[in-house]
Design a protein around this ligand. Sequence first.
Ligand code: SF4
Length: 472
Amino acid sequence: MSQKAPKKELSPIDIYKLLPKTNCKECNQENCMAFATKLVAREVNVDHCKPLQKAEYAKAFNTLHDLLKPPVKEVIIGVGDKACHVGGKLVMYRHEFTYFNPTAIAIDVTDEMTDTEIVSRIKSTEGFTYEYIGNTLKLDMIAVRSTSGDADKFKNCVKKVSETTNLPLILCALNASVIEAGVMVIPKSRSLLYAATLTNWKDMAELALMYNCPLVASAPNDLNGLATLAKTLKAYGVQDLVLDPGTFFNDGLVDTLNNFTMLRRAAIKVGDELSGFPLLGLPLSIWTNKGDLADDLVKWREAYVAGMLITRFTDIIILHSTEGWVQLPNVILRQNIYTDPRKPVAVAAGFKAFGTPNENSPVFFTSNFALTYYTVAADLESSKTSAYLIIVDAEGSAIDSGVAGRKLTAEKVSDAIKATGIENKVKHRKIIIPGKASRISGEIEELSNWKVLVGPRDSSEIAKYLIDKWQP
Ligand code: SF4
C-alpha cells in the first residue's frame, strides 16, 4: 500500500468556493452556503444545483464530484430493484458520520448440489426475514460456486439459480473458462465475478470488461500483492473492483482482522486509491478446513467470524450456513451498526389500538424511541390485552433520558392526549404512564385533567399490572 499524507476533512467552505455563489435557491436551499453545508453532510446531491451544470462551471463541477467522492468506491452488483450497492464508505468509524450500504450477506450454492438442494437453499435465503425495530431484515445475494471445476456443470447451476431467483449473484471459480460458461448464461446480470488472482487476472479482467461485471481481486494474506493486483486491473480498465484479503480461522484470525482494518484505514485515513474498494470476507471458508469438528461448532464459528468481519469494515460476506440462529445475530448486528447515529431511531408519534379496545380499555403512553415503542408494543400484544397506546414525540429519546433531557415533558403528553382524540374513544379519564416517567405524573395530571396511574418501570410487567390494578 502506498503511503500518503492523511486526508483532510472536507468543510462547507471548501465546497462553497466552488459553487456559483448566486444564492438563486434553485436547489431549494436558502443560499449557496446552506447547500454547501448540506452537501458536506451528504443530505443533498451536487446535481441538485442546476446552474452548476452550465458549461462555464464544468471545471468546478468536476472538482466537486472529485472532492465528494467517497474514499471507498461504491460498487453495484446486480440490476433492477434487487441490485446491491456495496462500499461507498466515507468514514472509518460509524460515530464519525454514518455508514452507507450495509454489509451484503450472500449464501452459497455449489454446482455439485442437486437442483432440489439449490432451490431449497435459495428459497430459504429469500424467505429469511426478521422484523426488528420497524425494519425488515433480509439476506441479499446468492454466491454460485464451482466446486466441480467443470464448466458445463457450472453453467447448468447458474442457469438453475437464475431461473429461481432475481437476487444478485456472485459467480465463483478461479478458472476463467468456468466463469465464462456461467456468465454467458446471464450476460446482462452484472454479477460479481470471483476472483482475479495474481495468476489469472488477465482472463478475468477480459470477462469483467466484456460483460460489464464488477470483479473481485483476491490475494489472501498478501496486502502488497493485493495492491499490485488492484493497480494492474485498474490500469487494464476494470474500475469496479472488490478486494478479498483472505479469511482465515484459528491462528489466522488476527491476520484476517488486521488486513481488513489496514485496507480500510489506508482508504479512508490515507486516501490510498488502491485500497478504496469494497471488501469481501469469506466466513464460509471454515467449511473447507473443518477437519473433524462437529457441524454445529463449524456453524457457530462461521457466525462469529461473520460478526467480526461486519464490525471490521467488510462490505460483502459469503456464508454457507442457512440456519436462523447463524443469520439472526449478524443481521441484527448489521442493522445496529448501519443506522445513522445522527438521527435517533424513532417511530411516528400518534396512537395505536391493541386487540379490540372499547370505552373501558386502559390507555398507556410511551415515547417514540423505536426500541422503546416496539418493546412496549410487543409486551402489549403478548399480554393479549385490549388497550390504547399513545406514542408521544420525545425526539426519539427513551423514557428516562427523555424526561431527564426535557424531550419528554408533561406538556407533550398532555398535547398528545388531546391530539389523538382518545377522549372520544374511552369514557374514563385515566392514563397509565411508564414507571420511569413518574416524576412528571403530577404535571401531566394538572395539564391534562386526566388521572395519572404510574405503571410498571418495565413493560414486561404490564399484564400483571393490569390484572392487579386496572379499574376503568
Ligand atoms: S442552486 Fe446552486 S447557485 Fe443556486 S443557491 Fe443553490 S447552490 Fe447556490
